[in-house]
Design a protein around this ligand. Structure first.
Ligand code: HEM
Length: 306
């Protein structure tokens, strides 16, 4: 029987160093000093560091509170991090769409799963913002002026990619032709789900030709031929395994999106009650109405028939 090796040999597993060899103080900060710490590289005057690679200077210097209110920093960082996660979600969704177009479904599943996990992460993030009380928000509300998440162009592209099309939502981007063009492209393109409907057709299901060549600028309609296709898939999963997996990935995604919408409206109600939004809508009532949006209608309807 072998003796278990000392787990602390070479230092604590949590990276605190070996007490036998660690210097009593941190490494000397003097340029040129030959400090050592676990053989780590300590001099980045000639090579790329963590901060260089991640462009941390622009990112960590992009928080510009307009007041001295303590809570404005939370508000800014919460929105900025949400935008970063949305950027990744869009990156993954575009690649997943290309994979579906190329009939490469396993990579698409991997990417869709990542988008769902991103949305779950954003759902959890509401708990941080919910630490802001109505009094705290009211104190910093004047700093926001007319800015609102309603004007998030990445969010609008995400909605459009997921099929919740609405040309009126181009309006807030008219003052930025570069962003307007991106949102407009997403409005005119088939949504991710439209691509999946084409996939159903390529896999031999009889999809109504009108559904395959619909006006992409309109919200996703409920279509009987698409529902019939999903019914067949769910009744015979082993024969249509990839489509079955696609259906469940999409339901996962919409489930997570619904939770994000719900946590948004609940957080909004607890912070601003039923006041009008900074974007000019009725506020919580507008957001509650958005809870009724169904992204992949047939996938929900078909469940009643099973
Ligand atoms: C105290 C925090 C927040 C409040 C009080 C709030 C309030 C609102 C309100 C009232 C609206 C409706 C549009 C309007 O009239 O402004 C809205 C929309 C929106 N908000 Fe928030 N929000 C908050 C935090 C966030 C965060 C952290 C995000 C993350 C990016 C976000 C993203 C959005 C988006 C994308 C919309 C458009 C939703 C749609 O059109 O369906 N909000 N918000």
């Amino acid at each position: 029987m072998t003796t278990p090796s000392n787990p602390n040999a070479g230092g604590c597993p949590f990276g605190h160093g070996n007490p036998d060899t660690a210097p009593a103080q941190g490494p000397a900060a003097t340029p040129g000093a030959s400090a050592q710490w676990h053989d780590a590289q300590l001099d980045f005057s000639e090579s790329m560091s963590y901060g260089d690679y991640l462009s941390l200077d622009p990112i960590l210097n992009a928080q510009h509170p307009r007041s001295t209110d303590h809570n404005e920093m939370l508000f800014i960082i919460q929105h900025q991090t949400s935008e970063l996660w949305m950027k990744l979600a869009l990156f993954e969704l575009h690649a997943a769409r290309d994979a579906v177009r190329a009939d490469a479904l396993p990579p698409a599943f991997k990417m869709l799963a990542r988008v769902s996990r991103i949305l779950e992460q954003l759902v959890q993030a509401w708990s941080v913002l919910a630490t802001m009380t109505p009094s705290e928000y009211s104190a910093m509300r004047p700093s926001l002026g007319s800015s609102s998440g309603f004007q998030s162009y990445q969010y609008r592209i995400l909605e459009f990619m997921l099929g919740n099309k609405n040309a009126a939502m181009l309006g807030p981007h008219a003052h930025r032709p570069d962003l307007y063009a991106k949102v407009e492209t997403a409005l005119h393109e088939p949504s991710f789900y439209d691509e999946v409907v084409h996939l159903l057709s390529r896999r031999g299901f009889a999809i109504d030709p009108a559904r395959l060549a619909r006006d992409w600028t309109q919200p996703t309609p409920h279509d009987a031929s698409v529902e019939a296709a999903w019914l067949e898939v769910y009744r015979n999963p082993s024969e249509h395994w990839e489509l079955y997996e696609m259906a469940e990935e999409l339901v996962d995604l919409e489930d997570a999106f619904r939770q994000w919408r719900f946590r948004h409206v609940t957080t909004v109600e607890r912070i601003i009650g039923f006041k009008q939004g900074t974007g000019g809508t009725s506020g919580a009532p507008y957001l509650r109405k958005m809870l009724d949006v169904v992204l992949f209608p047939e996938l929900w309807h078909v469940r009643t028939l099973l």
